[in-house]
Design a protein around this ligand. Structure first.
Ligand SMILES: [Zn+2]
Length: 387
């Protein structure tokens, strides 16, 4: 809805600051649980007033807040119960706009001081959101670090705000690995995952990637299976793009390959969302992502299908599932992965994925028989096939 109010989304540039433990000592991620408190602070300068009236702006902002609330309540499976928001009146900052050019810290502290002077206990909130005239930051889009979001400019818009709130929960960008005509290895492209709002720039407010949900704490170890040489086998994983988690189910597989951490997950709802770009494959294919701390990088199993390069990456990833019948072998060490069946149980969609040792290891294990003795078969092994 907010895409109609005039901000061209392609000009949005996000500078995320994701705090690695200990950096900026004392700052930790927001609660990510229960009812969270947000303070929206709006300020202007005597020489650079916000052109939109405060009532109109507030009306837009409340709509944006509600879109974010819906997104995060759903994506946290209800662990976030809702947002309790307060809004300052439009505050006037000391000096003129040119005093602040290029100094994000100066405007931040000025805004917090102005809000305190107006009677707001700014430190009592889980998230602070700062809006001020965009004239100050011609080279600056939006940004966030844990607990704080900067939204310079006149127009609040929902996808941008949701993206920045993701950073406020201390996760980074959803990127892609592209190039070389293969899924991996390739060029790491920051934020170029076209499936998720933490990557995409075109406003899809659908999901957070599963590894990010795990990082934030919305899913925990009971939902994840770590796979190594001790438990190769076939696993059923359930769709994670749901509103609730009524019971413990495996939502993701995690393993090491090429010295890095990879995740397999399943979000069949992406099929409808990205049908235009061949997204139907997500109904019967898995998401494979490399995890790098709080960032993800999507492997595209149809590299170049929708074009190459930065501008095409967003849509190019949208048909990039590893689908039924495809087998992928990591080139530099790691397991072989192969989706083998999809189905639905009690209304909950699932996919079964075979994860087996790389060829050399498999040959050795077969010679010793160890694969039969130590491999942990799926509990569903007698139950394979399309439901
Ligand atoms: Zn960002």
């Amino acid at each position: 809805m907010n895409q109609s109010i005039g901000r061209p989304l392609q000009t949005w540039v996000c500078f995320a600051v994701v705090v690695v433990a200990g950096l900026f000592g004392g700052i930790e991620r927001a609660h990510a649980d229960g009812v969270e408190r947000i303070l929206f602070i709006r300020a202007e300068f005597t020489n650079a007033p916000m052109p939109m009236t405060h009532d109109v702006w507030l009306n837009e902002l409340i709509g944006v807040k509600e879109a974010a609330e819906t997104f995060f309540v759903r994506n946290s499976y209800g662990r976030i119960a809702g947002y309790d928001a307060d809004y300052t009146p439009v505050l006037t900052l000391p000096g003129v706009s040119t005093d602040y050019i290029g100094d994000i810290a100066l405007i931040t502290y000025a805004m917090l001081d102005a809000a305190r002077d107006a009677g707001f206990d700014v430190d009592a909130y889980d998230h602070q959101v700062l809006s001020y005239p965009g004239v100050l930051n011609q080279n600056f889009g939006a940004a966030a670090l844990p607990g704080r979001v900067w939204l310079p400019g006149e127009y609040p818009w929902a996808p941008g705000f949701i993206h920045e709130m993701g950073h406020s929960y201390n996760v980074g960008h959803a990127g892609a690995i592209e190039g070389n005509g293969v899924p991996y290895p390739g060029v790491y492209r920051e934020g170029r995952d076209g499936l998720f709002v933490m990557g995409s720039d075109d406003g899809d407010m659908y999901q957070m990637p599963l590894p990010m949900k795990y990082t934030i704490g919305w899913v925990d170890d009971q939902h994840i299976v770590d796979i190594d040489s001790g438990n190769y086998g076939t696993y059923r994983i359930y769709a994670f793009d749901r509103d609730t988690l009524p019971e413990a189910k495996t939502l993701g597989l995690r393993f090491e390959a090429d010295g890095r951490t990879f995740w397999i997950s399943f979000a069949p709802g992406l099929a409808q969302l990205y049908d235009e770009h061949g997204g139907a494959v997500w109904e019967e294919g898995v998401i494979v992502q490399m995890q790098d701390f709080s960032r993800t990088f999507l492997l595209d199993f149809t590299p170049g299908s929708q074009g190459e390069g930065d501008s095409a990456d967003w849509i190019d990833t949208r048909d990039g599932a590893l689908t039924l019948g495809m087998t992928y072998t990591f080139p530099n060490g790691g397991p072989i992965i192969r989706p083998i069946a999809v189905g639905e149980t009690d209304g909950w969609k699932w996919i079964e994925v075979r994860v087996i040792p790389e060829p050399a290891t498999a040959a050795i294990l077969m010679l010793t028989g160890a694969v039969l003795l130590t491999g942990r078969p799926s509990s569903r092994r007698g139950d394979l096939g399309h439901a």
